[in-house]
Design a protein around this ligand. Structure first.
Ligand code: 1GP
Length: 243
């Protein structure tokens, strides 16, 4: 079952840039889903991602069900741990935090997820996850207890991505962290893009149409934006019919 992944590859082949709107379950009340998802539907967004590094109240399952009522866009889980898995989504980014050396986030939590995943029908997409320094400590750094890669270490970052590709990962995700003050630099995106053949996702701290275009121009195939939509839903107006 590789429908979601093939659609990502096809979009790249056809020169279509992709955008995922990230919904953090802790910040999205269920009764706000309908108006929010309607805005997503009218925008250039191609995917909805659902998840957070650490959830206070686990409403992922209820939210996933509600989201699917209002959209045909693919809903992909972006979970901090196995408790956020639900069969009400279409797919799962099976993230391995390859910028860090915490075994729990490289393989440990993945093993714990298997009993649940075996009962589900999600399209599981192996994804290399690389955390890049952004100026402030983000939730991923705090919770995973790993240090982000330094921005100046462009070569090491691109070698890490290449190693992930050789290990069989199907997507590579450059992450500055949710709410980052400094999105991933264009130089880093370009350097990684020139090393790998798999699709490149970029997220963290992207707050304007200019930031978005910069990430695409540097080589991002799919950009993820969460905070900018949470803080100001009028941001959707900037990206309506952007293609
Ligand atoms: C976080 O990359 C995503 O994992 C999105 O980040 O919330 O800063 O848009 P923002």
């Amino acid at each position: 079952m590789t429908r979601l992944y093939n659609n990502i590859l096809n979009a790249i082949k056809e020169g279509r840039k992709q955008l995922a709107v990230l919904i953090d379950p802790d910040k999205m009340p269920v009764n706000s889903i309908e108006p929010f998802v309607n805005k997503v539907n009218q925008s250039m967004a191609t995917h909805i991602f659902l998840g957070g590094s650490e959830l206070q109240n686990n409403t992922t399952d209820t939210l996933a069900k509600a989201i699917k009522n209002y959209t045909d866009s693919p809903l992909i889980l972006f979970p901090g741990d196995e408790n956020q898995l639900t069969n009400n989504a279409d797919g799962l980014l099976f993230l391995s935090l390859i910028s860090g050396r915490n075994p729990d986030y490289l393989i440990g939590k993945h093993i714990k997820a298997i009993p649940k995943l075996n009962t589900m029908n999600l399209e599981v997409i192996p994804t290399g996850y690389i955390l890049i320094e952004n100026g402030i400590e983000t939730a991923v750094e705090r919770i995973s207890k790993t240090k982000p890669m330094l921005r100046k270490n462009t070569e090491l970052i691109s070698h890490t991505a290449k190693a992930g590709e050789y290990l069989g990962m199907k997507l590579m995700y450059l992450e500055a962290g949710s709410g980052a003050t400094h999105p991933v630099d264009s130089e880093i995106i370009s350097a990684v893009k020139s090393q790998i053949k798999i699709p490149l996702i970029v997220g963290g701290g992207i707050r304007s149409k200019t930031d978005l275009d910069k990430a695409y121009e540097a080589g991002a195939d799919l950009v993820v934006i969460g905070t900018a939509f949470e803080k100001d839903e009028t941001f959707f107006n900037q990206i309506i019919n952007s293609f």
